[in-house]
Design a binder for this molecule. Structure first.
Ligand code: ZN
Length: 307
């Protein structure tokens, strides 16, 4: 029998749930969008959705969760599967995985950006490369990484939004909006940071507004850092600030400037236009990634049984 997988993209404003035989094999009635409200109500609706799925289609073989962070993704940790300290009211210390135990199948939990990176490398902008970073720029800045077909995790998970960047002189007086670090990258280049300075969304900055170059310049420093530290073969930028703000050309120019010709981006990656790209899967990357996490968990469970 063909294995049936559950996928959950657990976001700060909505949970996208789906079931199917793979990321692109989802029956028409096997998808639901559930608003992120109080944890009990939201997770109750998620369980109800999958109960309906199992009644109609049979048992699930595995469930993948692509979660907003910070989330504990260390399978050896007693708090695995829980949302960690978050400013989102009511969600700190809530387990995303525990309510799904009733389905009796493996559950995989990773960050939304790690899952999106996995989807992009398998099915989207990274097909043909072995390592990829996925950065999303919106309310916050998050990044996920795939190396050797696995998502990168360790102490926690990558938190690229909070690195330091060199300040643009035109922006020297802005103190930044990160509650932890002030003028870290997220404090300078996230959606709220754009609003705080210029009182518009990045999408609404006029074409020649210096804000585009300033924000793109900071994000380009992140791309350069990723290239230097992780040696990723492709860097994908998603999220409303980048796509709506038409920032990619500024990000590429900045990354090229900061790398100073040191890495073989032209020779090995086909130039900055190919090296730094938009997502190939658009908004579907998170859910597709959750499916891939479920499929990996199913394979791993099978390996354990054979041992
Ligand atoms: Zn920060």
């Amino acid at each position: 029998m063909q294995p049936l997988y559950g996928a959950i993209e657990a976001g700060g404003t909505k949970f996208v749930c789906a079931a199917g035989y793979g990321p692109v094999e989802v029956p028409g009635d096997a998808r639901a969008v559930i608003p992120t409200e109080a944890p009990g109500a939201t997770l109750g609706a998620v369980v109800e959705f999958f109960e309906g799925i199992t009644r109609r289609y049979g048992a699930l073989s595995a469930i993948g969760i692509a979660a907003f962070g910070p989330v504990d993704i260390d399978t050896r940790s007693p708090t695995w599967g829980r949302i960690l300290a978050t400013p989102k009211p009511g969600w700190s210390d809530i387990s995303l995985a525990a309510p799904l135990a009733r389905f009796g199948c493996p559950v995989a939990v990773d960050t939304d950006v790690n899952a999106a990176a996995l989807a992009e490398v398998r099915l989207g902008a990274g097909v043909g490369v072995g390592s990829l970073a996925y950065v999303t720029v919106g309310t916050g800045i998050g990044g996920g990484v795939i190396v050797a077909d696995s998502t990168l995790k360790g102490l926690l998970h990558p938190e690229m939004g909070h690195i330091r960047v060199q300040r643009d002189r035109r922006d020297a007086d802005f103190t930044g909006v990160c509650p932890f670090h002030g003028d870290c990258l997220e404090g300078l280049a996230s959606g709220p940071a754009v609003q705080a300075r210029w009182h518009v969304r990045a999408e609404d900055l006029p074409d020649l507004h210096p804000g585009r170059e300033i924000i793109g310049g900071y994000l380009g420093q992140l791309a350069a850092t990723i290239a230097l530290m992780l040696s990723c073969e492709r860097v994908v930028f998603g999220g409303g600030v980048v796509s709506g703000g038409r920032l990619l050309p500024h990000i590429r120019r900045s990354a090229s400037h900061w790398l100073g010709g040191y890495l073989p981006i032209e020779a090995r990656a086909g130039g900055f236009d190919r090296y730094i790209t938009a997502p190939g899967l658009g908004d579907l990357a998170g859910t597709a990634g959750a499916f891939l996490l479920a499929m990996q968990a199913h394979v791993r469970a099978g390996d354990r049984i054979q041992c």
